[in-house]
Ligand binder design. Structure first.
Ligand code: C5P
Length: 237
């Protein structure tokens, strides 16, 4: 499947049309941003690594009965996905305290939550993706009750699958951000699952293996992304 007209450029990806109106091509870039675009940089080979990591997670989820927009891996930096009507809600699933939750509730980073926590954020760059709840979602008509119920169910299911899968590879899934969209009226997981959108911690050393290395200038960012890919594929990448 060849790329056709350029459609959209996001912070980490470019989207192109394809010959099939139901499918778009996603190209993963090396650009990295943090703190709402205030910090900008590049992580060498990030696009290649995240394309492989995201494809791996989407394939794993499909095997376990959770569909997504993923159709197939196309090239080093490209994957083919279903064209979704994006739902403007970002869903964060948390298993450990970190990042904004640590600040908001004054809890120490690393503390285990007694059960997974789901949070919703309004996907709106100008407003800096504010935290919202289900009442806002219905009032602003961002999703229907049925859609939000499906989103929450899928997010918890995805979290459970990934926590177990990653634990076997000595990785703690501290938290992750998921996005969903509609395809023929069906709620489908979209965007990506990668070290850009998840917090991955080494289960033995608690070393950070994700974008927090870029956000906090910890160094060895590319190495951390490579380590995640290598643990997912058992070194066969
Ligand atoms: O910053 P915060 O603690 O709320 O982030 C929770 C999770 O969501 C982290 O894994 C982070 O990488 C991800 N996230 C994201 N895109 C955003 C905000 C958060 O991928 N715009």
């Amino acid at each position: 499947m060849e790329r056709q007209a350029f459609l959209y450029e996001g912070k980490a990806k470019r989207i192109y049309a394809t010959a099939d109106p139901d499918l778009v091509l996603v190209e993963y870039k090396d650009d990295a941003t943090a703190f709402d675009g205030e910090k900008k940089g590049r992580i060498a080979n990030k696009g290649i690594l995240n394309n492989k990591i995201a494809a791996h997670f989407f394939e794993l989820l499909a095997e376990q009965g959770v569909p997504s927009h993923f159709v197939r891996h196309l090239s080093e930096r490209e994957m083919l996905v279903k064209k979704l009507q994006i739902i403007k809600v970002e869903v964060v699933a948390r298993n450990r305290v970190a990042g904004s939750l640590s600040k908001r509730l004054g809890l120490d980073e690393g503390v285990e939550l007694s059960r997974p926590v789901l949070e919703f954020y309004y996907k709106n760059d100008e407003l800096h993706d504010p935290l919202i709840n289900e009442y806002h979602i219905y009032a602003l008509k961002l999703a229907t009750k049925e859609e939000l119920q499906q989103i929450a169910e899928q997010a918890l299911q995805i979290n459970e699958i990934l926590v177990k899968y990653l634990a076997k590879r000595d990785i703690i899934l501290a938290d992750m951000k998921l996005e969903f969209g509609l395809f023929n009226g069906e709620v489908l997981l979209g965007d990506e699952i990668s070290p850009d959108t998840c917090r991955f911690w080494d289960a033995n050393t608690m070393e950070k293996l994700d974008k927090d290395r870029f956000r906090r200038d910890l160094g060895n960012v590319e190495k951390a992304y490579e380590e995640i890919l290598s643990r997912l594929t058992g070194g066969k990448n």
